[in-house]
Design a protein around this ligand. Structure first.
Ligand SMILES: Cc1cc2nc3c(=O)[nH]c(=O)nc-3n(C[C@H](O)[C@H](O)[C@H](O)COP(=O)(O)OP(=O)(O)OC[C@H]3O[C@@H](n4cnc5c(N)ncnc54)[C@H](O)[C@@H]3O)c2cc1C
Length: 516
């Protein structure tokens, strides 16, 4: 079943890649086969939020093109949407004066060292609370407002069934409307532009051959380039093993708009993380045992060492998986060993984890699936997890210098016993001497989505290097770059999902201003 699904996606990926590499964006005088007010490319959260806004604004003919046989893209697996000053926050005493738009804006800008697009961030945060209310009014079922790091704020509006729950509502409503034509398994293959390189339509691979749709405007919502290893290598480098749940997202928006002269920003920035299994990083949705392994890798009580057997960070940063991945990326060969002992293993299984992996494996979860899985994986010869009765034996198994590992653990144990980590100032609350049976688990680098892309104005119109907009087109969601500087923000969680939904709305609202 999984194999069939994967081969299906590989097929789509290949078709799309072929289209993108051989076809330029510009095509003179094409014969159109269909016409719409707006074509939305991509039925993820950004595309569907744009579609619903257009529909509510009275647009009569909207065509949605989706390459996959199902809607939702990566948005299906996202847990929560950023919102500030929403009704839900007010009702939980989480609104002003406790949390305001001003506070979150400043935190985001400081987190990204003001490298991000401040005006766009401000616009997004200012409307984010109202957008949560808008989604709720349409029937999107939110469960709670949460945070994801110890020192983060509670902006994360968790959707029941996660992103799938949001997509179900928006897609269901769009599908019911006679004003919306949804074309599944119909990948857009190029933007059609006029002699000024402004967009006038879209070509797509229809079930019976190429279709060319003339449109007053096109909204590009194709979710970035996470599933295009060549582009990731080009813009990010070689350190990353792969991404999770990004099937077929090969960078349509980026490459097509670049071909029309769009400026780009932040292409080297990822929503990055460290995971235990290289195989998973390359494939689709991980299973529950794998997720518990990932959660184990983010526990502040562990230590992390590099291939030389040296600690390299305050392990509390593992609670912010972007920071953890940044620190791992700096290490030789870009991987790390997470080391813990039998006491910690029992603690995770019987008392529960001290830091959640988002709400997928919430804080306090008893890693019961892990119990047994570790031994099973070791017995099966998995090269990502090892156990040993001594430091020397462990060093031998994971191929790090035994002397260095012994010194690393001795220094750490001494620091734990005097409650003072001279090396990385780790909070002693999360330090205990590592003794007896030891375990090591390999962490490699992965990413959830790409967050670099096309530069826009404040209405989500792509801009050229001279600041002029490209006509006839908007770009939204993970196709947009420049919001995050060099590190994706987990401080105010829900930013990419939140930006997807809000940028879709912004583009559609701007189109409505001149729609007759
Ligand atoms: C495990 C996981 C958890 C996450 N959790 C969170 C979270 O809690 N909060 C958060 O803020 N972010 C989270 N994210 C990131 C979030 O999922 C994305 O930022 C968000 O979904 C982006 O939405 P989008 O609409 O831009 O892209 P998508 O939802 O991926 O939609 C893009 C759509 O375009 C389609 N498409 C692509 N190319 C074409 C083409 N040529 N023609 C037609 N269709 C095309 C794709 O098939 C897809 O359906 C998470 C990501 C992962 C992997």
């Amino acid at each position: 079943m999984r194999k069939t699904l994967i081969s299906r996606f590989v097929k789509y990926w290949m078709v799309l890649l072929a289209c993108l590499t051989i076809t330029p964006a510009h095509a003179a005088s094409p014969e159109f086969t269909d016409e719409a007010d707006v074509v939305v490319i991509g039925a993820g959260s950004s595309g569907l939020s744009a579609t619903m806004t257009l529909l509510q604004g009275g647009v009569k003919k909207i065509i949605v093109l989706e390459q996959n046989p199902f809607p939702g893209g990566t948005s299906n697996v996202a847990e929560g949407v950023l919102g500030v000053e929403s009704r839900m926050q007010r009702d939980r005493y989480l609104g002003p004066p406790m949390l305001t738009k001003d506070m979150v804006f400043k935190r985001e800008m400081n987190y990204t060292h003001w490298k991000g697009n401040a005006r766009l961030m401000r616009k997004f945060i200012n409307m984010s609370g109202a957008t949560i209310n808008w989604l709720q009014d349409m029937g999107v079922p939110f469960e709670e407002v949460s945070q994801t790091t110890f020192d983060g704020v509670r902006t994360w509006h968790i959707v029941h069934e996660h992103g799938k729950g949001l997509i179900k509502v928006l897609f269901g409503k769009a599908k019911q409307s006679p004003n919306v034509k949804i074309m599944m398994e119909t990948p857009a293959t190029r933007l059609i532009a006029n002699e000024n390189n402004d967009v006038v339509g879209v070509a797509a691979k229809g079930k019976k051959g190429e279709i060319r749709i003339k449109a007053k405007s096109v909204i590009v919502a194709t979710g970035g380039f996470a599933d295009n290893p060549e582009l990731v290598k080009k813009y990010v480098g070689n350190a990353y093993a792969g991404s999770v749940a990004n099937f077929g997202k090969v960078g349509f928006g980026l490459t097509q708009l670049q071909a029309l002269g769009a400026k780009t920003e932040g292409l080297g920035t990822l929503e990055n993380s460290a995971v235990y299994d290289k195989r998973k990083a390359k494939m689709g949705a991980p299973n529950l045992v794998d997720l518990e392994f990932d959660a184990l890798g983010q526990q502040p009580n562990n230590i992390m060492v590099n291939k030389n057997g040296e600690r390299f960070c305050d392990e509390l940063i593992a609670n912010n998986f972007v920071l953890q991945a940044n620190a791992v990326e700096r290490q030789p060969d870009h991987f790390a060993w997470v080391i813990f002992d039998e006491n910690l293993r029992k603690h995770y299984v019987h008392s529960g984890i001290d830091a959640g992996m988002g709400v997928i494996v919430p804080i306090g979860t008893k890693l019961e699936k892990l119990n047994g899985a570790i031994d099973k994986y070791i017995a099966a010869g998995d090269r990502n997890v090892y156990a040993a009765e001594s430091i020397e034996e462990l060093a031998d198994k994971i191929k790090v210098p035994a002397d260095t590992l012994k010194k690393t653990i001795a220094t750490y144990n001494k620091a734990a016993s005097v409650n003072k980590d001279e090396e990385f100032a780790k909070d002693p609350h999360f330090m205990s001497p590592l003794t007896g049976k030891l375990y090591a688990m390999r962490l490699v680098l992965s990413y959830l989505v790409t967050v670099g892309g096309v530069s826009t104005d404040l209405d989500m119109r792509p801009i050229r290097p001279d600041g002029k907009t490209i006509g006839g087109v908007y770009v939204v969601g993970s196709d947009v770059g420049g919001l995050y500087g060099d590190s994706y923000g987990l401080d105010s969680p829900g930013t990419t999902f939140g930006f997807a939904v809000n940028s879709g709305r912004i583009a559609a609202l701007h189109f409505l201003e001149s729609y007759k």
